[in-house]
Design a protein around this ligand. Structure first.
Ligand code: IVH
Length: 734
């Protein structure tokens, strides 16, 4: 791989890993298995090492995932919460041991081995034995304050039994027991709501609910295994700590073992694997830690993870079964995805009869054919996947799977035209087939579900089943048609069959009607995201929502046209280069003309960058700009705009006067009551201001929150204006 290719791949992998991080940590809805994620991340780390010139301190390989979301107060951890390095085989585990041997100058090391709980990390602070705070891992140094929600966990004592230190941070994992997970899903099935994929996602989603009463209804549990800040010191080893946690009356991990040497650790890992499926919490590995705290201190830590501990990840469970058929599903964008219909088989606590096959290329690569014996895997988390087939056991004459043939050359749902398209996938770009009919029932259903999703307009109650029914009955063509339906229409919806009716009911219907009214008031960014405009994800929607006053302005956006113009000028500049190899200048006169033209182009570019494009982030590039303008000029886009305007829905952008803070420099210090540091910074940058890390005479404002320290004193001594959040918000007009 050349450095240029390397740099491209690095950029691609970074954005992939970042988007999976976002899905896993903030939205609690991962799309790929932990293993697939680790593979991506390992490749990225490897490339960054090979091409250190492209390594960056803010790369996802260099920091811990970030779970912070809006709506919670942020607090600092007294001691940083780190993450763990993973290993997948015995050799890597032994390399870990060898490294520690070198660091500590001895081959004779004592370890602890315990389950790795598949939940979400939490840090509990007990002061004088009293539980005072519970905080998520967040960014490692500070996280979200989830105390009220953690207090709903009935098995967690608020007071430590017996003598307790003055202050102690206790680390552990919040989880949802398998049985409780099944209870919640059964309830959701009855209400026609979408089912949750796995206990971890529900636990992560639940702990971040803003309504503690709702949290209490889902019975979360907790288990504790680690120590953060502690004063005075109370234990000198993991083993002692484990005993102490138990003595304090806290729930602790099962099968905790103390062993001498790496052979014994390896044996304990195997023993743990044999029994871990009987635990109430999900486990995906074993954690091996140096036992003695004194040795842990010598081994130390990197920015991200301790050198004294490692997670050994168990292979995901697999099973063999027969592939009965391959059906084709159509998603909200019209992409045709193959699904494996399997002979039901029991795997990882549930019966599985369907699995993803990703795409046609993958079916071909793995040589999977209908009727084959296949191996499937369930990585605890996501939808099960088909790993491989066994061609040697296949009867003669079975043809390879041909997707186009299987669907008879058209969309299996609407029978419309399909076309080959290039899509971004895991390993770079791939090809797929796409239904070209925007009004296809499958696409309509997909868009409706998305429109009502939590991150979009949060109209609870419209999941897959309800949406499909509304589309089937032709009650909804475009998502906003939801507003035309009466409470009674929803209430009498039959989600079952004529013989076995399942009526949606008054209560569920009332929820939808209430939620759709709340949605009317949501800002432009949420509506834009909800509208399924191609290439507009959450971040882009947010950026656009901050830079346009309403949908009408966005549909004919001067800013987006400026983005396109800029790209066009840059292309022209390239073409007109006096030394262009592709397009060489014929003579001196031509070279001269090009120079002049390039000078003009530079001026035009400067005007754009200093004017309409000032502060426009990279998310809003030419491809997004073209997509948004095209969408709102297209028939479906205009239809949507007309519908919203007929409904009197006019979502407002969160625009700030551009240039409000031009020439002004801010320094942020302490914890703000509602805004996160990044949010405040973004507001400043968007309004043309600068953010600096240290106070000087040039500082215009110090924006100070609680626990502000030396920066505040410096500002006072220099006579710099000090403002609080309320004042700041007044300045920004929000
Ligand atoms: S010890 C300094 N022990 O796994 C970090 N972590 O992938 C030491 N986890 O952030 C962590 N079970 O949230 C430890 N028995 C266990 C664990 C465990 C689950 C989590 C923890 C950590 C993550 C790393």
């Amino acid at each position: 791989m050349s450095p240029v290719e390397g740099s491209k791949r690095i950029v691609h992998l970074r954005s992939q890993v970042e988007s999976h991080d976002e899905r896993y940590y903030r939205r609690a809805a991962p799309e790929i298995s932990d293993f697939e994620y680790d593979v991506l991340k390992a490749e990225l780390a490897d490339l960054e090492q090979r091409y250190p010139q492209f390594a960056r301190p803010d790369s996802p390989t260099q920091r811990v995932g970030d779970d912070r979301i809006q709506g919670f107060r942020e607090v600092d951890h007294r001691q940083k919460m780190l993450s763990l390095d993973n290993t997948y085989n015995e050799a890597e585990l032994r390399a870990f041991h060898a490294r520690l041997g070198r660091l500590l100058d001895t081959g004779d090391l004592r370890y602890t081995v315990e389950p790795k709980i598949d939940g979400l990390a939490v840090s509990l602070t007990y002061e004088q034995g009293e539980l005072t705070r519970a905080v998520t891992r967040g960014r490692g140094d500070r996280g979200d304050d989830i105390t009220v929600n953690v207090l709903t966990i009935s098995s967690l004592p608020r007071r430590l039994r017996g003598p307790a230190p003055r202050v102690v941070e206790i680390r552990g994992e919040i989880y949802l027991a398998q049985a409780e997970f099944e209870r919640i899903n059964a309830e959701r099935a009855a209400a026609g709501e979408e089912l949750y994929a796995n206990p971890r996602n529900v636990a992560a989603g639940t702990i971040k609910l803003l309504d503690p009463a709702e949290v209490a209804r889902r019975k979360l549990a907790i288990v504790l295994y680690g120590l953060g800040y502690c004063e005075p010191e109370v234990a000198s080893s993991q083993t002692e700590l484990h005993g102490l946690l138990e003595a304090w009356g806290l729930p602790v991990v099962e099968q905790f073992r103390t062993v001498q040497g790496i052979d014994a650790a390896w044996a304990a890992i195997g023993e743990l694997d044999a029994v871990r499926r009987t635990f109430a919490y999900g486990t995906d590995g074993a954690v091996v830690k140096l036992d003695a705290f004194a040795e842990q201190r010598i081994a130390g830590a990197t920015d991200k993870s301790p050198r004294w501990a490692i997670a050994y990840k168990y292979k995901p469970d697999t099973a063999r079964t027969r592939l009965r058929a391959i059906t084709i599903q159509v998603g909200k964008t019209g992409i045709l995805s193959p699904v494996a219909e399997l002979e039901p088989v029991f795997l990882s606590l549930s019966t599985i009869s369907r699995a993803t096959l990703h795409n046609e290329e993958e079916i071909r690569r793995k040589d999977i054919r209908i009727g084959d014996l296949v191996e499937i895997e369930r990585a605890g988390e996501v939808i099960p996947a088909v790993l491989r087939s066994f061609p040697e056991e296949r009867p003669a004459g079975v043809e390879p799977f041909d997707l186009v043939k299987a669907v008879g050359g058209h969309c299996p749902v609407c029978r419309g035209r399909i076309a080959r398209v290039v899509v971004a996938g895991e390993g770079g770009e791939g090809v797929a087939w796409k239904c070209q009919n925007y009004d296809c029932a499958a696409q309509r259903t997909g868009r409706l579900v998305f429109f009502c999703g939590r991150r979009a307009l949060a109209i609870d109650g419209v999941g897959d089943i309800v949406a499909a029914k509304l589309v089937e009955l032709n009650l909804v063509r475009d998502p906003p048609d939801l507003y035309d339906l009466s409470l009674e229409t929803f209430a009498t919806l039959n989600l079952g069959t004529a013989d076995e009716p399942r009526i949606f009911g008054e209560k569920n219907a009332a929820k939808i009607v209430a939620a759709r009214e709340v949605a009317r008031t949501l800002p432009l960014e949420r509506w834009l995201y909800a509208m399924s405009v191609p290439e507009v994800g959450e971040t882009t929607a947010r950026e656009l929502g901050r830079r346009h006053r309403n949908l009408a302005e966005l549909a004919d956006s001067a800013l987006l046209r400026a983005v396109l113009q800029r790209a066009e000028l840059e292309r022209e500049k390239e073409r007109e280069s006096p030394n262009s190899k592709k397009n060489p200048a014929q003579d001196e006169a031509e070279r001269e003309r090009r120079k002049v033209r390039r000078g003009e182009i530079d001026q035009e570019l400067d005007a754009l960058l200093g004017g309409p494009l000032a502060g426009v982030p990279s998310e809003v590039g030419p491809s997004v700009a073209a997509s948004v303008l095209e969408f709102f000029a297209s028939e479906p886009g205009r239809r949507l705009l007309a519908k919203l305007s007929a409904l009197g829905i006019d979502p407002q952008g969160t625009v700030m006067a551009a240039g409000l803070f031009t020439g002004k420099t801010f320094v942020l210090t302490g914890t703000l009551p509602t805004l996160k540091r990044e949010e405040a910074e973004q507001k400043i940058l968007a309004a043309g201001g600068k953010v600096s890390g240290s106070v000087s005479k040039k500082t215009t404002y110090v924006l100070a929150g609680s626990d502000a320290g030396s920066k505040l004193e410096k500002a006072r001594s220099l006579g710099v204006a000090i403002i609080d959040e309320a004042e700041f918000l007044r300045l920004t007009g929000t």
